[in-house]
Structure formats: structure tokens, C-alpha cells
Design a binder for this molecule. Structure first.
Ligand SMILES: [Zn+2]
Length: 292
């Protein structure tokens, strides 16, 4: 920056460190953290948000909110980059997305955060809080205690699959949506729990995790995460997947009940494999944004 520009752009007014600096919760988004930090110090949140917006416009830094949080006494920018990176497959991490203006979020377990409203990054790393036996869901009003403690084993299995990096959010949600659509036909074939909760997502969780495990095993065998995917030949891949899923998902019911679901699962898996092959392609935009 030369002298003329420096004169035209006065130095950015920095924020003062605050007295109370709460600890960030697991996977908490910057905006959620900022709201709690402001509440703890009785600062007007909307005023701070307006100033963040004005500063972002001037500096053109996508993670301006991170600088502000750090000046106020909160964690540094890298903390949020790391937390965000945990929620997306390694290949598609674009650090600045940790500070997306309108990120997709999930609520934190309301028991863990003592009833305060805390938004976490939209993740598929866990569905049940094992500390509180609480189904977390995607909205705060979906949370409830689980009565079937067998779900704790299911949850541990789910977490194992989640750490493989084979299950993206889109993939997980695609399989869940397919199950929801075909649940009326599958009926009891879908029921693997011990005690019904009258909550469709919880009641189908054991079946969902079993299906995700089957598909993750398939992908791991034929398209392991370490392998670069340059070309996917759709037809032979479809044929192989149909053969594999018809056998491994026979527990869901006979062909008359499952063929439509299997059609959809094959499509979801192929989309997921193709999405990974695209991620291996040079991403100039990503390189530019993550180098700063
Ligand atoms: Zn909890």
C-alpha cells in the first residue's frame, strides 16, 4: 500500500478486548459465538454486526468476522478454520467458508450448552449426544432424549463411518431422503430398533446407519479415498452397484418393496463418486482463496 492509498483509507478502528470471553463450543459457528460474547458483555450485537459488515466491505477479507472476534478477546481465526474443516471432506475444504455470511447450521445438544442457543456448523459427524443420550436433529425443536439405549451402539458405528471421510453431507442427506420417501412401502423392513420413539428419524436411524455402512464399505472397496478418481464409467458402475446393493440390502424386504429405493441409492452413490472425481480436478478458485 503506498502513501496516497494509506491517507485515503484511514486505519480500521479495532475493537477492544472484552472482560468476559466465553469458551467456544464444539463446532460452534463464528456468528453464534459472537452472539454469546456480546450477550455476556452486554454489547449490542446488531451494532457489531453492522460494523463487521462495513469492515468486510472495506477490507474485502471474507473472514473479517474472525478478526473482529479475535480483537474482542475470542479465539483466533484458525480455530474456526479448524472447526469448519472437521465438517467437510478434506478435499473440498475452502477455509474462508468457515466465515460464510449465511452458513448452514445445526443446533448443538441443548444439554451440553445448558439451554443457551448455540449453532454449530452443518455437520454429519454425530447425530446423538452420547453424554446426554439426546437426539440432536437439524433444528432445536427436533431434539429429544432417546429411550432405546441400543441406539448408543448405532451412534458409535455412525461416528466410525463419519471419520472415514466417505460420507459427505449431500450423500448422507440423499440416502436419508430416499429412505423417507420409501418408508411407507418398506414399513417393518426398516425397523431395526428395540423400542420405538415415535420420531421417524430416530426410529429409522439403525436402518440408515446399516445402509450407510454397506455403501461406505462398497465405496471403500472400489473407490477408496486415497485413490484419485479421473473417470467414472457410469453404466458398468451402475451394474456393479445394483448387483451389490440387491444382495446386501435384502434384509430391507423383497424386490417388489425395495427396487425403487435401490434405484435412488444407486443414483446417490454415483453422484457422490462423480462429485469426488470433480474435486480432484484443478480448482483455481479454491487455490486462489485458500492461499491468502
Ligand atoms: Zn449433550
Amino acid at each position: 500500500m503506498n502513501a496516497t492509498t494509506a491517507m485515503a483509507l484511514p486505519a480500521i478502528e479495532r475493537f477492544k478486548p472484552q472482560v468476559v470471553c466465553p469458551r467456544p463450543y464444539q463446532l460452534e459457528t463464528p456468528d453464534s459465538y459472537l452472539a454469546r460474547l456480546c450477550a455476556a458483555n452486554v454489547i449490542d450485537l446488531d451494532h457489531i454486526r453492522r460494523r463487521v459488515h462495513a469492515r468486510r466491505t472495506r477490507t474485502r477479507r471474507p473472514d473479517e468476522l474472525g478478526y473482529v472476534i479475535n480483537e474482542l478477546g475470542g479465539p483466533d481465526i484458525r480455530h474456526f478454520h479448524r472447526e469448519y474443516a472437521r465438517t467437510v471432506p478434506q478435499l473440498s475444504v475452502k477455509a474462508h467458508m468457515a466465515f460464510a455470511v449465511q452458513p448452514r447450521t445445526r443446533p448443538a445438544c441443548s444439554r451440553c450448552v445448558h439451554g443457551v442457543s448455540v449453532d454449530a456448523y452443518d455437520h454429519r459427524l454425530f447425530m446423538i449426544c452420547l453424554k446426554h443420550n439426546r437426539w440432536i436433529g437439524h433444528r432445536a425443536d427436533e431434539q429429544q432424549q432417546i429411550s432405546d439405549l441400543g441406539l448408543r451402539t448405532v451412534e458409535r458405528r455412525f461416528r466410525q463411518i463419519a471419520t472415514t471421510g466417505l460420507i459427505s453431507n449431500q450423500f448422507h442427506d440423499g440416502v436419508t431422503a430416499a429412505l423417507d420417501r420409501h418408508a411407507p412401502v418398506l414399513r417393518d423392513g426398516l425397523w431395526l430398533g428395540k423400542q420405538r420413539q415415535s420420531h421417524p428419524q430416530i426410529d429409522r436411524y439403525p436402518a440408515l446407519v446399516r445402509i450407510l455402512t454397506t455403501i461406505a464399505d462398497y465405496i471403500d472397496e472400489y473407490w477408496p479415498i486415497e485413490r484419485e478418481i479421473r473417470t467414472v464409467h457410469r453404466r458398468p458402475e451402475q451394474a456393479r452397484l445394483y448387483r451389490s446393493l440387491r444382495t446386501s440390502l435384502a434384509w430391507l424386504g423383497g424386490p417388489a418393496a425395495t427396487w425403487k429405493l435401490i434405484d435412488e441409492l444407486v443414483a446417490v452413490v454415483i453422484d457422490s463418486i462423480i462429485a469426488r472425481s470433480v474435486e480432484f480436478a484443478p480448482d483455481l478458485d479454491g487455490l486462489r482463496l485458500t492461499s491468502g
